[in-house]
Design a binder for this molecule. Structure first.
Ligand code: ATP
Length: 947
């Protein structure tokens, strides 16, 4: 297929679109403002230009990432061990020549293989994690409103083609370069491209710009990667993908170094502790050995040191951690939480305050108008959902005829004309596109028989002051219609060609009114009436309704002043109260939060009483809690706010910049804060929060970009679920670290004990240690990583995110268990050594007994380590069948090393007699018995302390 225009008419790279008038650009791109492209042209152009995507180039080359893995201190130590071990083998070969049955350089090769394997794993983990994150990010990739075939559609950004007409509004991140055709107050932040933090005004230009106009001065163009801070506009796409200005410099932008995650930091700390600890230990053993046995023992001592160095490194740990994190991220996605920054997986569990928006997060964001109140009186509105079907009812079930109430009719007109949403019927259901608050107003007017399309045609919108969370109101300026619907205050039409229609927070709108309408007449507003309006507002808010105020004013000409000056001298019309019911699952989630020591806080732009009523219904407010409004907050200094934050559970009528102050104050009080946000100006607060959470459905692109996590369903309960998963991940990591390291300490002490006890030879060679650390420790550790959540995990307070990996008894557990491990094995070693020296026994068999006991004892340890408090018999054996699988497979593999001849030769083991095997099993089981015994002791101790 050929595109509808040949590529020579559209030399995209060179086309200086900013030098053309909108008409010329539309002509060149063969598109129109009203109807956009048709489906056929779109698919032709998609084929011709490919997807609208910036190709990612990694900051570090793959080689660099791979080489970085070998800078890990534990791997460096292993490399040194491999080299020394190789040198010892060379010395041995020169002394004795090749001995039959001995494979030279076995240890060196094995250690190098492990080093390479670990390096590769680390490399895979880093690159995979990057790719997985990129894929997850794509899931939340921006959607774009586009006009095609004369209809407004929502498409994924990669599907855009040159010639598409897109609608942009505050909060959007632009996904293509384009020329502006229409703009209303359009302000764009282009810092991604120009480095300039100040936003710039953008508008269509009729006169041509010079070809060499710098990008920052091209006022008629918008560019990929920049953000719409305010206003709205229509843009024709001129460049997509790599031909956009951002695409051209993409490589420069992507070379940002990523920070190590808390876990990576903890692991490198762990590495330092282990390596320095083992070096000290080796030095002690070598010096002690030489003092006791003289220099003749040096070679033995060096070999023992090598074994100890290998024993101390937990070679299986990187693989287990990789798997745990990957599984954690997956589980979170299943629960609708999309992780955008990896540390969030680990740190979510530490959250102790969740600051949540109200609308859509705690509530369903399905608005239904329930009441309308003018100064004439209040009426109820019936009907459900967005279906424009229902009645207006006054007093005792008396249905109201709208035409008899001029002010009510004017209010409904205003609701439609000051509105950016669209109501449509999809498969029988009424649905809205746009803001649910505005959708509810369309449904309301529909109930009075007012058609959105008819009104919009008759009152053409010529200008607007858009809604923002700071302004909490919105105004449109429309032409009065000469024909069509009769405006309910006809005399005002005299000499007025235009009108401004305003809606928003009732207090703010009322402040800007001087008069009010009743029937078709306009009267001055008295203080008494103002009070009546505010009382009505409060009464509705107390019933948990979201209340909007409505006003308008006639205009002779389109205002050329700013919003603050123009939105004055308005005529008050009335209030609309809409119900946004709480999400049913949130109450339970709030209770879970409390049990888990997490404090939920509501931060909303809505009225204080509405917020309070909803928060009370959901159990967020506790006895003695304070409430704070944006205005009160403004009057407070930051230290005053820091004093107050501990007690406040609802912040109402706040602006995004207040959110930033609240997060900072909470953090100053030592809190680890998760904060939700959806608007463009929430980005700084989301970045400042320890976990910034954006809304997947209603969130702007800018807020998503700034967040650590995106809620795919906008639901508060999802935050709590993700926090729970975060705790599971961290607790499982601690679980297997203590399991693995306990065994490492046991191995090291046992090896060191042999020469001290005067036993000749080393009990474990590096190859056997690698086998233990990778296979007999690794497999059960993997199984421990998928251990289901402890049912009480959300019943304890969160842990400090900065705590060391050894905190809360983990370090002492490792040392204690390591010592017990060593005591068991050393006792066995003493017995086995004597036994193996008896006539008829293999004098080397004691080493195999030590090796076997260490491995099998770890199986018992794994079964007991599933829980720190519950005994193994108290746990459902089928809740982690992987563990049983790992224990059985590992035990069989270990026995194969002893009883299968080729494996025996390779791993330097000897056959064990039945009696020796039974002794090994008996000693091994002591490990299980000890860990269970510790749990019983702990219980008794707790009981004693409680008494
Ligand atoms: P939350 O912050 O919990 O999401 P919210 O939706 O009430 O609550 P904002 O969207 O910042 O917060 O709205 C603040 C106030 O602005 C609302 O309480 C309402 O009075 C007014 N408002 C909301 N939407 C509109 C709109 N589309 N047009 C005019 N005013 C609006």
């Amino acid at each position: 297929m050929t595109p509808s225009y040949s590529s020579h008419t559209l030399p995209r790279q060179q086309q200086a679109w900013h030098t053309y008038s909108p008409q010329k650009t539309l002509e060149l791109l063969e598109t129109t403002l009203q109807t956009g492209l048709n489906a056929e042209t779109v698919s032709q152009r998609q084929q011709h230009y490919g997807p609208n995507e910036i190709e990612e180039t990694a900051g570090r080359s793959n080689w660099e990432i791979l080489l970085d893995q070998f800078t890990n201190i534990m791997l460096i130590m292993l490399i040194v061990v491999a080299i020394i071990s190789g040198i010892l083998d060379v010395v041995e070969l020169q002394k004795n020549g090749i001995t039959e049955g001995v494979i030279p350089f076995k240890d060196t090769i094995a250690i190098f293989l492990i080093v390479i394997l670990n390096g590769l794993l680390g490399y895979l983990q880093e690159t995979r994690a990057e790719k997985a994150l990129a894929a997850l990010k794509r899931l939340s990739s921006p959607k774009v409103q586009v006009i095609r075939d004369g209809k407004r559609l929502e498409v994924d950004a990669p599907q855009l083609v040159p010639g598409d007409i897109i609608l942009v509004e505050a909060g959007d991140q632009l996904c293509a370069d384009g020329q502006i055709l229409e703009a209303s107050n359009l302000q764009i932040r282009e810092s991604a491209l120009t480095g300039e933090a100040q936003s710039v005004n953008k508008y269509p230009l009729t006169e041509a710009l010079e070809e060499d106009t710098p990008i920052g001065d091209r006022r008629n163009m918008v560019f990929t990667g920049t953000e719409v801070i305010q206003g709205r506009g229509r843009v024709v796409v001129t460049n997509t993908g790599m031909t956009t200005e951002l695409g051209k410099i993409a490589e420069m932008l992507q070379s940002v170094e990523s920070e190590p995650t808390p876990l990576q930091r903890r692991m490198s700390h762990l590495g330092n502790v282990l390596v320095s600890g083992s070096l000290i230990f080796v030095a002690l053993v070598v010096v002690g050995g030489v003092i006791k046995g003289g220099w003749g023992l040096l070679q033995d001592l060096v070999e023992i040191s090598l074994s100890m160095a290998v024993a101390v490194v937990p070679e299986g740990l990187p693989a287990v951690i990789t798997v745990t994190l990957a599984l954690g991220t997956q589980r979170m996605v299943k629960r609708h939480a999309l992780i955008r920054k990896l540390p969030a997986v680990e740190t979510l569990g530490s959250v102790n305050v969740i600051c949540s928006d109200k609308t859509g997060t705690l509530t369903q964001n399905k608005m239904v108008v329930q009441e309308v109140e003018t100064l004439e009186g209040n009426c109820r509105v019936t009907g459900t959902g967005y279906e424009p079907l229902g009645d207006f009812i006054k007093g005792d079930n008396q249905t109201v005829k709208i035409n008899n109430y001029g002010e009510l009719q004017a209010l409904l007109f205003t609701g439609v004309l000051c509105n950016d949403a669209h109501l449509s019927q999809k498969e029988g259901d009424w649905a809205i596109m746009g803001d649910p608050t505005e959708g509810a107003l369309l449904a309301l007017s529909g109930k009075a028989g007012l058609q959105q399309s008819t009104l919009e045609n008759q009152y053409e919108r010529v200008a607007e002051f858009p809604f923002s969370s700071e302004r909490k109101r919105m105004s449109t300026i429309c032409e009065w219609s000469e024909t069509g619907n009769h405006w309910p205050s006809w005399q005002l039409r005299q000499n007025h060609a235009y009108a401004m229609f305003t809606k928003g927070s009732p207090e703010l709108i009322l402040e800007r009114c001087q008069s009010y309408q009743l029937g078709e007449q306009i009267y001055p507003l008295t203080e008494e009436q103002r009070k009546q309006v505010l009382d009505g507002n409060n009464a509705m808010a107390k019933r948990a309704l979201r209340v909007l105020g409505f006003a308008y004013k006639p205009l002779e000409h389109i205002p050329d002043t700013d919003a603050e000056t123009s939105e004055q001298g308005l005529i008050w019309l009335g209030l609309v109260g809409m119900m946004d019911a709480p999400r049913p699952e949130v109450r339970a989630a709030v209770a879970k939060c409390r049990a888990a020591g997490i404090r939920p806080i509501v931060i909303t732009g809505d009225h204080q009483l509405t917020a309070q009523a909803i928060a009370q219904q959901l159990g967020i407010v506790e006895e003695g809690d304070h409430f704070l409004t944006g205005r009160e907050l403004e009057r407070m200094s930051q230290p005053e706010l820091e004093q107050e934050v501990e007690r406040v559970s609802v912040y109402a009528r706040v602006s995004p910049e207040h959110k930033l102050r609240i997060v900072r104050a909470l953090q100053k009080q030592g809190k680890f804060v998760a904060m939700t946000g959806d608007g463009v100006n929430d980005a700084p607060a989301l970045k400042q929060a320890d976990i910034g959470i954006a809304m997947g459905i209603t969130g702007t692109d800018v807020s998503k970009e700034a967040s650590d996590m995106v809620l795919l369903d906008d639901n508060f309960a999802t935050i709590v679920a993700a926090t729970e998963e975060g705790r599971v991940v961290y607790s499982n990591i601690r679980h297997f670290i203590k399991y693995i390291l306990g065994s490492n300490v046991g191995e090291v002490i046992t090896i060191a004990a042999a020469p001290i006890m005067g036993l000749s030879g080393i009990p474990l060679i590096p190859l056997q240690i690698l086998w233990m650390n990778l296979v007999t420790d690794g497999l059960p550790a993997l199984a421990l990583a998928v251990e289901p959540a402890d049912p009480h995990i959300m019943e304890r307070p969160p842990f400090n995110p900065d705590e060391s990996i050894f905190a809360r008894g983990l370090g002492s557990y490792i040392v204690r268990i390591g010592i017990i491990f060593a005591i068991i094995t050393i006792t066995l070693m003493a017995w086995a050594f004597n036994d193996s020296q008896k006539p008829g026994h293999d004098p080397e068999s004691w080493k195999t007994m030590v090796f076997t006991t260490l491995c099998i004892a770890q199986m018992g340890h794994a079964i007991a380590a599933r829980s720190t408090t519950r005994l193994a018999i108290e746990m459902n054996p089928f809740s982690n069948i992987y563990l049983w699988g790992a224990v059985i497979v590992t035990t069989i593999l270990q026995l194969m090393l002893v009883y299968v001849a080729p494996l025996r030769d390779f791993f330097n083991t000897t056959v064990l007699t039945r009696e020796q095997l039974v002794i090994c099993l008996l000693f091994s089981s002591l490990m299980f018995v000890w860990v269970e015994f510790e749990k019983i002791l702990l219980r008794l101790y707790r009981k004693f302390v409680q008494k």
